[in-house]
Design a protein around this ligand. Structure first.
Ligand code: NAD
Ligand code: TYD
Length: 340
């Protein structure tokens, strides 16, 4: 029996990480109503939620987190928690134009905070990124208490959002939590980010663009390890705290791509160096020992194991990739369900 008084308001749940969170949450908490509030931008794909779409404890509301009236109407009073995934999330797009990033990531987060406070929401979990710390030195690890030093317009907008979340806790006593996650990978990731792009290109024998020298380091975490940490932070995190979630294993882009080509059986000649990203951060590496110490969490999926299963998923879901790349995913879902 779904209890309306037990509800959780998730934003951006049709995206990559949000949809993994919702699939997990809906399965694990059959009594709780999960409301997915999503504007369905280019990054929102309802195919990601096909497995929960008709379950009684899941509800989709199409809406923009910057739209106060829409959020007011959709967020239940006294709901257990808001989990804010909604964001513009791709660094390259923020370099081309930062306006949408400021709008959604900063103004949207503030709009949610205002309404959550008035509706007396239990907890507010804000999903942030390791990129707010800026580029780390070799062997340096980003800890929760280090100063923020964002480099890209994307990271700057996520940093501003974090400040608004902490300000709401300090000023109004809201129960907020922030998580900073490293680079996620796994099923249902939109093929503009490095791994899904490289996997789909490798599957078709197409060149894989390597920005600059390819020696930049990223700390990869499987999305299921991340959402497991998010569940723990939500239930056991201390109010006002920030928790880092990472794979504890920073790798150079070129090394990652070489393993990927080995698994897919494609030649390294597919790697094609292209002009570097402007202001490209060299290294991200999050220290997640606080999350381990306080919540008993650590990543369980090794990079090679996770990469193998992710590649297998993309190989088994070639049509999902095609629809995501062609734009057909926007109408596919409606066509598929209009007959029901
Ligand atoms: P995504 O781009 O795959 O999905 C974003 C979702 O937000 C989409 O469903 C989109 O429709 C929705 N959305 C965008 N603007 C909206 C708005 N104004 N109102 C309502 N919904 C809106 O993103 P993701 O990769 O799943 O990332 C989720 C969160 O995690 C983001 O906040 C991102 O900054 C953060 N993060 C991501 C990574 C990563 O590796 N992907 C790493 C660290 C942190
Ligand atoms: P990306 O997946 O965009 O994540 P982020 O910028 O948030 O870390 O990129 C991961 C790394 O891969 C980053 O160093 C940029 C690089 N990259 C490429 O070399 N080629 C590509 O085509 C893309 C999309 C990224």
């Amino acid at each position: 029996m779904v209890r309306k008084d037990m509800s959780i308001f998730v934003t951006g749940g049709a995206g990559f990480i949000g949809s993994q969170f919702i699939r997990d949450r809906v399965a694990q908490n059959p009594d709780e109503l999960v409301i997915n509030f999503d504007a369905l931008t280019y990054a929102g794909n309802l195919e990601n939620l096909e497995s929960v779409a008709n379950l009684p404890n899941y509800r989709l509301v199409k809406g923009d987190i910057c739209d106060e009236q829409a959020v007011l109407a959709a967020m239940p009073d006294d709901c257990g928690a808001v989990v804010n995934f909604a964001a513009e999330s791709h660094v390259d797009r923020s370099i081309l134009s930062a306006k949408e990033f400021v709008k959604t990531n900063v103004l949207g987060t503030q709009t949610l905070l205002n309404i959550a406070r008035h509706k007396r929401v239990g907890r507010f979990l804000h999903i942030s990124t390791d990129e707010v710390g800026g580029s780390m030195e070799p062997n340096q690890w980003f800890t929760e208490d280090m100063p923020l030093n964002p480099s890209s317009p994307y990271a700057a907008s996520k940093t501003a959002a974090e400040h608004m979340v902490r300000a709401a806790a300090h000023t109004f006593g809201m129960d907020v939590l922030i998580t900073r996650t490293s680079n996620n990978y796994g099923p249902y990731q939109f093929p503009e980010k490095l791994l899904p792009l490289a996997i789909s290109n490798a599957m078709q024998g197409k060149p894989i663009p390597v920005y600059g020298d390819g020696l930049q380091e990223r700390d990869w975490i499987h999305v299921a390890d991340n959402t497991r940490a998010l569940m723990l932070v939500l239930s056991k995190g201390r109010p006002g705290e920030t928790y880092h979630i990472g794979g504890k294993n920073p790798l150079r882009n070129l090394d990652v791509l070489k393993v990927l080509l080995q698994i897919t059986g494609q030649p390294e000649s597919l790697l094609t160096h292209v002009t570097d990203r402007l202001g490209h951060d060299r290294r991200y590496a999050v220290d997640c020992s606080k999350t381990h110490r306080e919540l008993g969490w650590q990543p369980e999926i090794s990079f090679e194991e996770g990469l193998r299963s992710t590649i297998a998923w993309y190989q088994d879901h070639a049509e999902w990739v095609e629809r995501a790349k062609s734009g057909e995913y926007k109408t596919y879902y409606e066509r598929m369900y209009s007959g029901r």
